[in-house]
Design a protein around this ligand. Structure first.
Ligand SMILES: [Zn+2]
Length: 513
Protein backbone atom coordinates (compact mmCIF):
# COMPACT_ATOMS: atom_id res chain seq x y z
CA UNK A 1 0.00 0.00 0.00
CA UNK A 2 1.17 3.53 -0.80
CA UNK A 3 0.24 6.66 1.13
CA UNK A 4 -0.25 10.14 -0.32
CA UNK A 5 0.61 13.12 1.90
CA UNK A 6 -1.91 15.95 2.34
CA UNK A 7 -0.16 19.13 3.47
CA UNK A 8 -1.41 22.60 4.35
CA UNK A 9 0.46 25.60 5.75
CA UNK A 10 -0.28 28.40 8.19
CA UNK A 11 2.17 31.23 7.77
CA UNK A 12 2.72 34.35 9.84
CA UNK A 13 4.46 37.22 8.07
CA UNK A 14 5.64 40.19 10.12
CA UNK A 15 4.72 43.42 8.35
CA UNK A 16 7.49 46.00 7.98
CA UNK A 17 5.63 49.01 9.39
CA UNK A 18 7.38 51.74 11.36
CA UNK A 19 4.96 51.39 14.28
CA UNK A 20 2.99 48.60 15.94
CA UNK A 21 -0.47 47.37 14.94
CA UNK A 22 -2.55 49.39 17.42
CA UNK A 23 -0.18 51.94 19.06
CA UNK A 24 2.59 54.33 18.04
CA UNK A 25 5.48 52.33 19.54
CA UNK A 26 8.28 51.55 17.10
CA UNK A 27 8.30 47.91 15.94
CA UNK A 28 10.78 45.73 17.81
CA UNK A 29 13.17 45.46 14.84
CA UNK A 30 14.62 48.77 15.98
CA UNK A 31 14.76 48.01 19.72
CA UNK A 32 18.12 48.21 21.45
CA UNK A 33 17.15 46.58 24.75
CA UNK A 34 14.26 44.49 26.12
CA UNK A 35 11.02 46.34 26.90
CA UNK A 36 12.23 49.56 25.23
CA UNK A 37 9.41 49.86 22.68
CA UNK A 38 6.37 49.65 24.92
CA UNK A 39 3.43 51.82 26.01
CA UNK A 40 0.21 51.39 28.02
CA UNK A 41 -1.61 50.13 24.88
CA UNK A 42 0.76 47.30 23.91
CA UNK A 43 1.28 46.46 27.59
CA UNK A 44 -2.48 45.99 27.89
CA UNK A 45 -3.11 48.52 30.66
CA UNK A 46 -6.81 49.04 31.47
CA UNK A 47 -8.68 51.96 29.95
CA UNK A 48 -6.53 52.42 26.83
CA UNK A 49 -7.86 52.57 23.26
CA UNK A 50 -6.13 50.80 20.37
CA UNK A 51 -5.99 52.59 16.99
CA UNK A 52 -5.53 50.57 13.78
CA UNK A 53 -2.29 51.13 11.86
CA UNK A 54 -3.41 52.08 8.34
CA UNK A 55 -0.08 51.08 6.79
CA UNK A 56 -0.51 47.55 8.15
CA UNK A 57 -3.96 47.36 6.56
CA UNK A 58 -2.51 48.56 3.24
CA UNK A 59 0.28 45.96 3.40
CA UNK A 60 -2.25 43.26 4.28
CA UNK A 61 -4.38 44.16 1.27
CA UNK A 62 -1.31 44.15 -1.02
CA UNK A 63 -0.42 40.67 0.19
CA UNK A 64 -4.01 39.50 -0.34
CA UNK A 65 -4.03 40.88 -3.88
CA UNK A 66 -0.67 39.27 -4.69
CA UNK A 67 -2.17 35.94 -3.59
CA UNK A 68 -5.14 36.48 -5.93
CA UNK A 69 -7.58 36.81 -3.02
CA UNK A 70 -10.91 38.62 -2.86
CA UNK A 71 -10.48 41.62 -0.56
CA UNK A 72 -13.35 41.92 1.90
CA UNK A 73 -15.41 45.08 1.47
CA UNK A 74 -16.32 44.84 5.11
CA UNK A 75 -13.92 43.46 7.71
CA UNK A 76 -13.45 43.68 11.47
CA UNK A 77 -11.18 42.70 14.36
CA UNK A 78 -11.94 40.14 17.07
CA UNK A 79 -10.53 39.21 20.44
CA UNK A 80 -8.97 35.76 20.63
CA UNK A 81 -8.92 34.85 24.32
CA UNK A 82 -6.23 32.79 25.93
CA UNK A 83 -4.07 33.12 29.02
CA UNK A 84 -0.32 33.14 28.60
CA UNK A 85 2.48 35.35 30.00
CA UNK A 86 3.33 36.72 26.53
CA UNK A 87 -0.16 38.18 26.19
CA UNK A 88 -0.72 40.99 28.73
CA UNK A 89 -4.36 41.71 27.81
CA UNK A 90 -5.42 38.06 28.15
CA UNK A 91 -6.51 38.18 24.53
CA UNK A 92 -4.90 38.78 21.15
CA UNK A 93 -6.53 41.17 18.68
CA UNK A 94 -6.99 39.10 15.52
CA UNK A 95 -9.64 38.49 12.88
CA UNK A 96 -12.12 35.64 13.09
CA UNK A 97 -15.09 35.47 10.72
CA UNK A 98 -14.40 38.49 8.49
CA UNK A 99 -10.73 38.35 7.47
CA UNK A 100 -9.43 41.01 5.06
CA UNK A 101 -8.75 38.47 2.27
CA UNK A 102 -10.28 35.13 1.21
CA UNK A 103 -10.41 32.60 -1.66
CA UNK A 104 -7.05 33.17 -3.29
CA UNK A 105 -4.49 30.96 -4.98
CA UNK A 106 -0.85 30.89 -5.97
CA UNK A 107 0.58 28.79 -8.79
CA UNK A 108 4.19 27.86 -8.19
CA UNK A 109 6.83 26.30 -10.45
CA UNK A 110 8.41 23.36 -8.68
CA UNK A 111 11.63 22.47 -10.50
CA UNK A 112 12.34 18.78 -9.96
CA UNK A 113 8.99 18.19 -8.27
CA UNK A 114 6.19 15.63 -8.75
CA UNK A 115 4.27 18.15 -10.82
CA UNK A 116 5.80 21.06 -12.67
CA UNK A 117 3.23 23.60 -11.49
CA UNK A 118 1.43 23.31 -8.16
CA UNK A 119 -1.86 25.16 -7.80
CA UNK A 120 -2.18 26.11 -4.13
CA UNK A 121 -5.46 27.48 -2.81
CA UNK A 122 -5.35 30.29 -0.23
CA UNK A 123 -8.18 29.89 2.26
CA UNK A 124 -7.76 33.24 3.96
CA UNK A 125 -5.38 35.95 5.11
CA UNK A 126 -6.02 38.04 8.20
CA UNK A 127 -4.34 40.76 10.25
CA UNK A 128 -3.39 40.38 13.89
CA UNK A 129 -0.91 41.53 16.51
CA UNK A 130 2.13 39.50 17.51
CA UNK A 131 2.54 38.22 21.07
CA UNK A 132 5.49 39.24 23.28
CA UNK A 133 8.49 36.97 23.63
CA UNK A 134 9.26 34.72 26.58
CA UNK A 135 13.00 34.62 27.28
CA UNK A 136 14.16 31.59 29.25
CA UNK A 137 17.29 32.71 31.08
CA UNK A 138 20.17 30.59 32.33
CA UNK A 139 19.23 31.30 35.95
CA UNK A 140 16.12 29.20 35.40
CA UNK A 141 13.81 32.21 35.36
CA UNK A 142 11.61 33.24 32.47
CA UNK A 143 11.44 36.89 31.49
CA UNK A 144 9.00 38.54 29.08
CA UNK A 145 10.24 41.00 26.45
CA UNK A 146 7.28 43.08 25.25
CA UNK A 147 9.13 44.73 22.34
CA UNK A 148 7.59 42.25 19.91
CA UNK A 149 4.11 42.44 21.48
CA UNK A 150 1.75 44.29 19.15
CA UNK A 151 3.87 44.00 15.99
CA UNK A 152 1.59 43.67 12.92
CA UNK A 153 1.30 40.21 11.39
CA UNK A 154 -0.57 38.80 8.47
CA UNK A 155 -1.54 35.16 8.88
CA UNK A 156 -1.97 33.26 5.63
CA UNK A 157 -3.79 29.91 5.65
CA UNK A 158 -3.53 27.62 2.62
CA UNK A 159 -5.79 24.80 1.48
CA UNK A 160 -4.29 21.31 2.02
CA UNK A 161 -3.09 21.36 -1.60
CA UNK A 162 0.61 20.47 -1.26
CA UNK A 163 1.49 17.01 -2.49
CA UNK A 164 5.09 16.94 -1.24
CA UNK A 165 7.46 18.59 1.26
CA UNK A 166 9.32 20.13 -1.71
CA UNK A 167 6.15 21.91 -2.84
CA UNK A 168 5.65 23.35 0.65
CA UNK A 169 9.23 24.60 0.77
CA UNK A 170 9.03 26.09 -2.73
CA UNK A 171 5.75 27.85 -1.86
CA UNK A 172 7.32 29.44 1.22
CA UNK A 173 10.31 30.63 -0.78
CA UNK A 174 8.01 32.17 -3.39
CA UNK A 175 5.95 33.80 -0.62
CA UNK A 176 9.12 35.32 0.84
CA UNK A 177 10.03 36.72 -2.57
CA UNK A 178 6.53 38.15 -3.08
CA UNK A 179 6.69 39.86 0.34
CA UNK A 180 10.03 41.40 -0.66
CA UNK A 181 8.75 42.52 -4.07
CA UNK A 182 5.77 44.14 -2.37
CA UNK A 183 8.06 45.71 0.25
CA UNK A 184 5.69 44.57 3.02
CA UNK A 185 8.21 42.40 4.88
CA UNK A 186 11.84 41.26 4.79
CA UNK A 187 10.32 37.80 5.35
CA UNK A 188 13.58 36.50 6.78
CA UNK A 189 12.73 33.11 8.30
CA UNK A 190 15.86 32.94 10.45
CA UNK A 191 14.92 36.28 12.03
CA UNK A 192 11.33 35.22 12.66
CA UNK A 193 9.78 37.60 10.10
CA UNK A 194 8.26 34.56 8.44
CA UNK A 195 7.02 31.73 10.65
CA UNK A 196 5.36 28.56 9.54
CA UNK A 197 3.26 25.76 11.00
CA UNK A 198 2.62 22.78 8.73
CA UNK A 199 -0.37 20.40 8.86
CA UNK A 200 0.13 16.95 7.45
CA UNK A 201 -1.83 13.71 7.21
CA UNK A 202 -1.57 10.67 4.95
CA UNK A 203 -4.21 8.71 3.09
CA UNK A 204 -4.07 5.39 1.26
CA UNK A 205 -3.18 5.69 -2.42
CA UNK A 206 -2.83 3.45 -5.45
CA UNK A 207 0.46 2.52 -7.09
CA UNK A 208 0.28 5.72 -9.14
CA UNK A 209 0.24 7.77 -5.90
CA UNK A 210 -3.37 8.91 -6.46
CA UNK A 211 -5.47 8.76 -3.25
CA UNK A 212 -8.05 5.95 -3.21
CA UNK A 213 -10.71 8.20 -1.67
CA UNK A 214 -11.12 11.93 -0.90
CA UNK A 215 -11.44 11.18 2.84
CA UNK A 216 -9.05 13.20 5.03
CA UNK A 217 -7.57 11.69 8.19
CA UNK A 218 -6.59 13.36 11.51
CA UNK A 219 -3.64 15.65 10.94
CA UNK A 220 -0.46 16.47 12.79
CA UNK A 221 0.43 20.12 13.19
CA UNK A 222 4.20 20.67 13.18
CA UNK A 223 5.30 23.87 14.93
CA UNK A 224 8.56 25.73 15.54
CA UNK A 225 9.84 25.45 11.99
CA UNK A 226 12.27 28.29 11.39
CA UNK A 227 14.04 27.64 8.11
CA UNK A 228 13.09 26.47 4.63
CA UNK A 229 15.29 23.41 5.01
CA UNK A 230 13.58 22.50 8.27
CA UNK A 231 10.13 22.71 6.65
CA UNK A 232 11.15 20.09 4.12
CA UNK A 233 12.93 17.88 6.67
CA UNK A 234 10.13 18.06 9.24
CA UNK A 235 7.51 17.08 6.66
CA UNK A 236 9.67 14.25 5.30
CA UNK A 237 10.13 12.97 8.83
CA UNK A 238 6.37 13.12 9.46
CA UNK A 239 5.67 11.16 6.26
CA UNK A 240 8.02 8.42 7.45
CA UNK A 241 6.59 8.42 10.97
CA UNK A 242 2.96 8.34 9.87
CA UNK A 243 3.65 5.73 7.17
CA UNK A 244 4.96 3.40 9.91
CA UNK A 245 1.78 3.98 11.95
CA UNK A 246 -0.39 3.15 8.93
CA UNK A 247 1.67 0.07 8.11
CA UNK A 248 1.35 -1.13 11.72
CA UNK A 249 -2.42 -0.81 11.40
CA UNK A 250 -2.54 2.07 13.93
CA UNK A 251 -3.06 5.26 11.89
CA UNK A 252 -3.44 8.54 13.87
CA UNK A 253 -6.96 8.70 15.35
CA UNK A 254 -6.85 12.27 16.66
CA UNK A 255 -5.15 15.47 15.56
CA UNK A 256 -1.90 16.17 17.39
CA UNK A 257 0.69 18.91 17.74
CA UNK A 258 4.39 18.22 17.33
CA UNK A 259 7.51 20.37 17.27
CA UNK A 260 10.54 20.08 15.00
CA UNK A 261 13.74 19.23 16.87
CA UNK A 262 16.55 20.05 14.49
CA UNK A 263 19.30 18.59 16.65
CA UNK A 264 17.57 15.19 16.68
CA UNK A 265 16.24 15.62 13.11
CA UNK A 266 12.78 14.52 14.18
CA UNK A 267 9.40 15.82 15.25
CA UNK A 268 8.43 15.43 18.91
CA UNK A 269 5.10 15.34 20.68
CA UNK A 270 4.25 18.77 22.10
CA UNK A 271 1.83 19.64 24.83
CA UNK A 272 -0.57 22.27 23.53
CA UNK A 273 -1.47 25.44 25.40
CA UNK A 274 -4.14 24.63 27.95
CA UNK A 275 -7.61 25.39 26.68
CA UNK A 276 -6.25 26.52 23.32
CA UNK A 277 -9.08 24.73 21.53
CA UNK A 278 -11.62 27.22 22.86
CA UNK A 279 -10.54 30.78 22.19
CA UNK A 280 -14.03 32.25 22.75
CA UNK A 281 -13.63 34.75 19.93
CA UNK A 282 -15.80 37.83 20.15
CA UNK A 283 -15.80 41.13 18.24
CA UNK A 284 -13.31 43.76 19.40
CA UNK A 285 -15.58 46.56 20.67
CA UNK A 286 -12.89 49.31 20.77
CA UNK A 287 -11.92 49.26 17.08
CA UNK A 288 -14.25 50.46 14.30
CA UNK A 289 -14.97 47.96 11.52
CA UNK A 290 -12.90 48.25 8.32
CA UNK A 291 -14.63 49.37 5.11
CA UNK A 292 -12.06 48.38 2.50
CA UNK A 293 -13.58 48.84 -0.96
CA UNK A 294 -11.89 52.16 -1.81
CA UNK A 295 -8.59 51.21 -0.22
CA UNK A 296 -8.57 47.89 -2.10
CA UNK A 297 -9.10 49.71 -5.41
CA UNK A 298 -6.27 52.09 -4.58
CA UNK A 299 -3.91 49.24 -3.65
CA UNK A 300 -4.78 47.31 -6.80
CA UNK A 301 -3.31 50.23 -8.74
CA UNK A 302 -0.13 50.09 -6.65
CA UNK A 303 0.52 46.36 -7.05
CA UNK A 304 3.99 45.94 -8.60
CA UNK A 305 4.98 43.30 -11.12
CA UNK A 306 5.34 40.04 -9.17
CA UNK A 307 8.32 37.68 -9.41
CA UNK A 308 6.62 34.97 -11.52
CA UNK A 309 5.56 37.47 -14.16
CA UNK A 310 8.93 39.17 -14.14
CA UNK A 311 10.78 35.88 -14.68
CA UNK A 312 8.58 35.05 -17.68
CA UNK A 313 9.05 38.52 -19.13
CA UNK A 314 12.84 38.35 -18.71
CA UNK A 315 12.88 35.13 -20.73
CA UNK A 316 10.59 36.49 -23.45
CA UNK A 317 11.91 40.04 -23.73
CA UNK A 318 15.62 39.59 -23.07
CA UNK A 319 16.13 36.00 -24.28
CA UNK A 320 17.52 34.96 -20.88
CA UNK A 321 17.59 31.27 -19.98
CA UNK A 322 14.74 30.41 -17.54
CA UNK A 323 17.21 29.31 -14.86
CA UNK A 324 19.19 32.57 -15.21
CA UNK A 325 15.99 34.66 -15.13
CA UNK A 326 14.97 32.81 -11.95
CA UNK A 327 18.31 33.50 -10.29
CA UNK A 328 18.32 37.19 -11.27
CA UNK A 329 14.72 37.74 -10.09
CA UNK A 330 15.52 36.24 -6.66
CA UNK A 331 16.82 39.70 -5.72
CA UNK A 332 14.55 42.61 -6.67
CA UNK A 333 17.53 45.01 -6.75
CA UNK A 334 19.51 42.74 -9.09
CA UNK A 335 16.44 42.36 -11.31
CA UNK A 336 16.05 46.16 -11.48
CA UNK A 337 19.75 46.52 -12.35
CA UNK A 338 19.46 43.88 -15.08
CA UNK A 339 16.40 45.62 -16.49
CA UNK A 340 18.40 48.88 -16.77
CA UNK A 341 21.32 47.11 -18.43
CA UNK A 342 19.07 45.55 -21.07
CA UNK A 343 17.32 48.81 -21.79
CA UNK A 344 20.75 50.39 -22.45
CA UNK A 345 21.76 47.41 -24.60
CA UNK A 346 18.53 47.70 -26.59
CA UNK A 347 19.70 51.03 -27.96
CA UNK A 348 23.11 49.59 -28.71
CA UNK A 349 21.55 46.61 -30.56
CA UNK A 350 19.53 48.98 -32.73
CA UNK A 351 22.64 50.95 -33.66
CA UNK A 352 24.84 48.02 -34.55
CA UNK A 353 24.88 47.81 -38.35
CA UNK A 354 24.36 44.74 -40.55
CA UNK A 355 22.82 42.57 -37.94
CA UNK A 356 19.58 41.69 -39.60
CA UNK A 357 19.05 39.23 -42.39
CA UNK A 358 15.80 39.12 -44.39
CA UNK A 359 14.03 37.11 -41.71
CA UNK A 360 15.45 39.08 -38.82
CA UNK A 361 17.28 36.00 -37.54
CA UNK A 362 20.59 37.63 -36.86
CA UNK A 363 19.08 40.09 -34.45
CA UNK A 364 17.56 37.17 -32.56
CA UNK A 365 20.89 35.39 -32.45
CA UNK A 366 22.68 38.55 -31.41
CA UNK A 367 20.16 39.07 -28.65
CA UNK A 368 20.65 35.54 -27.33
CA UNK A 369 24.42 36.06 -27.40
CA UNK A 370 24.07 39.31 -25.48
CA UNK A 371 21.71 37.70 -22.95
CA UNK A 372 24.28 34.98 -22.35
CA UNK A 373 27.03 37.55 -21.88
CA UNK A 374 24.92 39.60 -19.46
CA UNK A 375 23.80 36.66 -17.32
CA UNK A 376 27.25 35.06 -17.30
CA UNK A 377 29.07 38.23 -16.30
CA UNK A 378 26.37 39.34 -13.92
CA UNK A 379 25.75 36.10 -12.04
CA UNK A 380 29.08 34.33 -11.93
CA UNK A 381 31.82 36.92 -12.49
CA UNK A 382 30.34 40.08 -10.94
CA UNK A 383 28.49 37.95 -8.37
CA UNK A 384 31.80 36.35 -7.34
CA UNK A 385 33.62 39.69 -7.06
CA UNK A 386 30.78 41.13 -4.95
CA UNK A 387 30.94 38.19 -2.53
CA UNK A 388 34.74 38.62 -2.29
CA UNK A 389 34.28 42.27 -1.39
CA UNK A 390 31.35 41.64 0.93
CA UNK A 391 29.06 44.09 -0.89
CA UNK A 392 25.97 43.67 -3.03
CA UNK A 393 24.37 45.15 -6.09
CA UNK A 394 22.68 47.88 -3.98
CA UNK A 395 25.95 49.24 -2.64
CA UNK A 396 28.35 48.65 -5.53
CA UNK A 397 29.74 51.55 -7.58
CA UNK A 398 28.96 50.14 -11.04
CA UNK A 399 26.06 51.87 -12.80
CA UNK A 400 23.81 49.95 -15.22
CA UNK A 401 25.00 52.29 -18.00
CA UNK A 402 28.65 51.39 -17.38
CA UNK A 403 27.87 47.69 -17.09
CA UNK A 404 25.98 47.82 -20.40
CA UNK A 405 28.96 49.55 -22.03
CA UNK A 406 31.21 46.86 -20.59
CA UNK A 407 29.01 44.18 -22.20
CA UNK A 408 29.20 45.93 -25.60
CA UNK A 409 33.02 45.93 -25.37
CA UNK A 410 32.93 42.17 -24.82
CA UNK A 411 30.28 41.62 -27.48
CA UNK A 412 32.29 43.50 -30.10
CA UNK A 413 35.49 41.64 -29.18
CA UNK A 414 37.26 44.80 -28.08
CA UNK A 415 37.76 43.13 -24.72
CA UNK A 416 38.36 39.45 -23.99
CA UNK A 417 37.53 37.46 -20.85
CA UNK A 418 40.90 37.95 -19.14
CA UNK A 419 40.90 41.70 -19.76
CA UNK A 420 37.21 41.83 -18.90
CA UNK A 421 37.78 40.53 -15.38
CA UNK A 422 40.47 43.16 -14.75
CA UNK A 423 38.23 45.95 -16.08
CA UNK A 424 35.28 44.78 -13.96
CA UNK A 425 37.44 44.69 -10.85
CA UNK A 426 38.60 48.28 -11.52
CA UNK A 427 35.01 49.37 -12.17
CA UNK A 428 34.09 48.09 -8.71
CA UNK A 429 36.98 50.07 -7.20
CA UNK A 430 35.97 53.52 -8.33
CA UNK A 431 32.88 53.30 -10.55
CA UNK A 432 34.77 54.57 -13.58
CA UNK A 433 33.65 53.73 -17.10
CA UNK A 434 35.05 50.63 -18.80
CA UNK A 435 36.36 52.26 -22.02
CA UNK A 436 38.59 54.59 -20.02
CA UNK A 437 39.88 51.82 -17.77
CA UNK A 438 40.62 49.74 -20.84
CA UNK A 439 42.58 52.50 -22.55
CA UNK A 440 44.45 53.56 -19.42
CA UNK A 441 45.55 50.05 -18.56
CA UNK A 442 45.88 48.88 -22.18
CA UNK A 443 43.63 45.95 -21.49
CA UNK A 444 41.92 46.15 -24.85
CA UNK A 445 42.03 43.24 -27.19
CA UNK A 446 44.88 43.49 -29.69
CA UNK A 447 43.23 44.43 -32.99
CA UNK A 448 46.51 44.99 -34.81
CA UNK A 449 46.75 41.87 -37.01
CA UNK A 450 50.37 42.68 -37.89
CA UNK A 451 51.47 42.68 -34.25
CA UNK A 452 49.60 39.45 -33.62
CA UNK A 453 51.22 37.80 -36.66
CA UNK A 454 54.65 38.69 -35.27
CA UNK A 455 53.83 37.05 -31.96
CA UNK A 456 52.51 33.94 -33.73
CA UNK A 457 55.70 33.67 -35.82
CA UNK A 458 57.88 34.12 -32.78
CA UNK A 459 55.99 31.53 -30.70
CA UNK A 460 55.94 28.88 -33.42
CA UNK A 461 59.61 29.37 -34.32
CA UNK A 462 60.82 29.23 -30.72
CA UNK A 463 59.15 25.85 -30.09
CA UNK A 464 60.60 23.54 -32.76
CA UNK A 465 60.04 20.37 -30.70
CA UNK A 466 56.31 21.02 -30.28
CA UNK A 467 56.10 22.03 -33.92
CA UNK A 468 57.62 18.71 -34.97
CA UNK A 469 55.18 16.75 -32.79
CA UNK A 470 52.28 18.73 -34.21
CA UNK A 471 53.44 17.97 -37.69
CA UNK A 472 53.71 14.29 -36.77
CA UNK A 473 50.00 14.30 -36.00
CA UNK A 474 49.61 15.57 -32.40
CA UNK A 475 46.96 18.07 -33.33
CA UNK A 476 45.99 18.75 -29.73
CA UNK A 477 49.21 20.81 -29.47
CA UNK A 478 47.29 23.58 -31.23
CA UNK A 479 45.99 24.46 -27.75
CA UNK A 480 49.53 24.75 -26.47
CA UNK A 481 50.40 27.27 -29.19
CA UNK A 482 47.22 29.29 -28.53
CA UNK A 483 48.11 29.38 -24.84
CA UNK A 484 51.64 30.58 -25.60
CA UNK A 485 50.33 33.33 -27.88
CA UNK A 486 47.84 34.48 -25.22
CA UNK A 487 50.67 34.56 -22.70
CA UNK A 488 53.02 36.48 -25.02
CA UNK A 489 50.28 39.04 -25.72
CA UNK A 490 49.50 39.33 -21.99
CA UNK A 491 45.98 38.22 -22.61
CA UNK A 492 45.14 40.89 -25.16
CA UNK A 493 45.03 38.65 -28.25
CA UNK A 494 41.67 37.64 -29.70
CA UNK A 495 41.57 33.88 -29.05
CA UNK A 496 39.55 33.11 -32.21
CA UNK A 497 41.80 35.14 -34.48
CA UNK A 498 44.94 33.73 -32.82
CA UNK A 499 43.73 30.18 -33.41
CA UNK A 500 43.20 30.83 -37.12
CA UNK A 501 46.55 32.54 -37.55
CA UNK A 502 48.39 29.77 -35.71
CA UNK A 503 46.71 27.11 -37.86
CA UNK A 504 47.71 28.92 -41.03
CA UNK A 505 51.25 29.29 -39.74
CA UNK A 506 51.56 25.61 -38.78
CA UNK A 507 50.17 24.48 -42.11
CA UNK A 508 52.47 26.82 -44.03
CA UNK A 509 55.46 25.30 -42.29
CA UNK A 510 54.14 21.88 -43.25
CA UNK A 511 53.72 22.77 -46.89
CA UNK A 512 57.09 24.49 -47.02
CA UNK A 513 58.87 21.31 -46.10
ZN1 LIG B 1 2.86 50.47 22.36
Amino acid sequence: MKYAPVIGLEIHVQLKTKTKMFCSCATHNTAVSPNANVCPICLGNPGVLPVTNEQAVRYGILMGLALNCEIAEHSKFDRKNYFYPDLPKGYQISQFDLPIAINGHLDIDVPGGLREIAHIGITRAHLEEDAAKNVHAENGKTYVDFNRGGTPLIEIVTEPDFKSPLEAKTFLQELRLIARYLGVSDADMEKGHLRCDANISLRPAGDDGVPLSPTLYPKTEVKNINSFRHVERALEHEIQRQTKLWEAGTPPMVSTTRGWNDAKQMTEDQRTKEGAADYRYFPEPDIPALELKDLADEMRGLLPELPAKRRTRFVQEYALKPSDARQICEDPALADFTEHVFSELGEWLENVPKMEDEEGNLVGKEQARLAKLVSGWLLSKLGGLLIQRGIDVRTMKISPENFAEFITLLASNKLNNAGGLKVLDKMLDDGSDPSHIMEDAQLGQMDDAGALAEIVDRVVESHPAELARYRAGEEQLLKFFIGMVMKESEGTADPGLSKNMIKVKLNQENTAE
